[in-house]
Write a protein of this length. Structure first.
Length: 133
């Protein structure tokens, strides 16, 4: 399945199972991998999840079940039980425990909001880890 973001490169979602609900503007997928290239054709975002609910109209992907996402330009990795990727503004959010790895450190915390364009991360609580000097 290809989700056009309206700007830039589309998000390609590969799934073992897929059900399209046109009337509800959603696609349900399971056992998935997803990716988005940058304008140079190189990986920008890649990830995996057990299942997903894609809102076609709003271009928002709700992933769940041991979800991982990697933003390759800044070498940022996010792992959570579930996360939401909003392709309109390139943001990621996750509730519950989240593991974030980046050059110079790693953090385990709760309730993440990340802007992948500006490389800003917010966590409600940091349980362990930090930035290496």
């Amino acid at each position: 399945y290809t989700l056009s973001t309206g700007e830039g490169e589309p998000i390609v979602i590969e799934a073992k199972e897929m059900k399209v609900f046109q009337a509800e503007d959603k696609v349900l997928v399971s056992n998935i991998s997803f990716s988005q290239k940058n304008s140079d054709g190189k990986d920008y975002i890649t990830g995996t999840a057990f299942s997903g609910n894609i809102n076609i109209k709003d271009k928002v992907c709700y992933f769940s079940g041991k979800t991982s996402l990697k933003q390759h330009i800044d070498n940022l990795s996010i792992e959570a039980e579930s996360l939401t990727f909003d392709s309109r503004d390139n943001t990621v959010s996750a509730t519950g425990e989240v593991s974030v790895t980046f050059p110079g450190g790693s953090i385990v915390g709760t309730d993440l909001f990340a802007d992948l364009t500006r490389m800003s991360l917010e966590l409600r609580e940091i349980k362990e880890g930090g930035v290496d000097n």
